[in-house]
Design a protein around this ligand. Structure first.
Ligand code: NAD
Length: 336
């Protein structure tokens, strides 16, 4: 199949080309740097399929253009599919496929890296030591052992984080509308979300972005939290209301914030903007807090994860070519 690959970086090319070669090089991958959206969708004209990433905008207008050009398949290089209008895709007869699981350890370990770095203030210590400042004032941390860890969403990533935090000696509380019986085996227990928010010293978000989880962490949720709580989000940016979180940071209610995702990350992440003026004032405000640590959606960025993403993406393409069905199709039923 001829595949228009959007939001391509050099690392996407090398992992996708290697996976395609292992599969007999049966697909012609045509790489485009721009993000997919209504203004770039026509680049896919003449291709049989589109390959998209997390900040590609598969809204109704984009889907209509792809459909007009006769495209029948979009393979996502991601687990999340919140950037796709699934109803429009169904109406246009466009199959959407994704990578349901690739390496939960990649994102889970990145989550724990944020927790430890914030607690021990590694980001600040690194800068100080390089400047010859060996003073410890302001770097006081706390022991993770004995603390209560709250995990929101106990799917593949949330469960992996829960296991690691148990191994650190935390009490693990969890909330998920679809509880997983395996949580008990890891020593954790399910509680209602308000109880988790009220009792946890560290709260980590691992649910998908859906209409129900949009701004799940808003000012009401923050009000329930312990003073000085650590909040970590490596799921999707809009699960938290960033302005409410900034108010929580200013009041001191939120003592630590670790983010790998941001509500408006589409205009920022994955690009080198270091010589440009930052136009997003909310993001700029976040960067002013000493107790905020932000990474640019890199939780998935390990060799193992990129290999698995590329292999599943190629397998989805090959399956669709051979049978008319991708292996991991996404449907509107998965929204609720
Ligand atoms: P998963 O589907 O295995 O798990 C998601 C869990 O969230 C499920 O158990 C589900 O029941 C639960 N959930 C649904 N609605 C909920 C709600 N209202 N409250 C609490 N829990 C709810 O997904 P996963 O592989 O563990 O990934 C989790 C999320 O992490 C993805 O949806 C994606 O948005 C994000 N992600 C981020 C990166 C990154 O690089 N930062 C990489 C991969 C995935």
């Amino acid at each position: 199949m001829d595949v228009a690959v959007y939001s391509t970086k050099s690392y996407d090319r090398s992992f996708l080309d290697a996976a395609n070669a292992r599969d007999g090089a049966r697909h012609r991958l045509i790489y485009f740097e721009p993000r997919l959206g209504p203004d770039t969708a026509t680049l896919a004209a003449g291709s049989n399929a589109v390959c998209a990433f997390v900040n590609d905008r598969l809204e109704r207008a984009t889907i209509a253009i792809l459909s007009r050009h006769g495209l029948k398949l979009v393979v996502l290089r991601s687990t999340g599919f919140n950037n796709v209008d699934l109803t429009a895709a169904r109406q246009c007869g466009l199959t959407i496929a994704r990578v349901p699981a690739y390496s939960p350890e990649a994102v889970a370990e990145h989550t724990v890296a944020l927790i430890l770095a914030l607690d021990h203030k590694i980001h600040r210590a690194y800068a100080r030591v390089r400047e010859g400042n060996f003073a410890l004032d302001g770097l006081l941390g706390f022991n993770i052992a004995g603390r209560t860890f709250g995990v929101v969403g106990t799917g593949k990533i949330g469960m992996t984080v829960a296991r690691i935090m148990r191994a650190f000696g935390c009490t693990v509380l969890a909330y998920d509308p679809k509880p997983d019986p395996d949580l008990q085996a890891t020593g954790g227990r399910y509680v209602p979300l308000p109880d988790l928010l009220a009792q946890a010293d560290i709260i980590s978000l691992h649910c998908p972005l859906t209409p129900e989880t949009r701004h799940l962490i808003d000012s009401r949720a923050i009000k329930r939290m312990k003073p000085g709580v650590m909040l970590i989000n490596t799921s999707r940016g809009a699960v938290i209301d960033t302005k409410a979180v900034i108010a929580g940071l200013k009041s001191g209610k939120i003592g630590y914030l670790g983010l790998d995702v941001y509500e408006e990350e589409g205009d920022l992440f994955f690009e080198d903007l270091s010589d440009q003026v930052l136009e997003d004032d909310v993001f700029a405000r976040l960067l002013t807090f000493p107790n905020v640590l932000i990474t640019g959606h890199q939780g998935f960025f390990t060799t193992e994860a990129l290999t698995a993403i590329a292999e599943t993406t190629i397998a989805n393409l090959t399956s669709f070519e051979e049978t008319g069905r991708a292996i991991y199709e996404v449907s509107t039923d998965m929204l609720g």
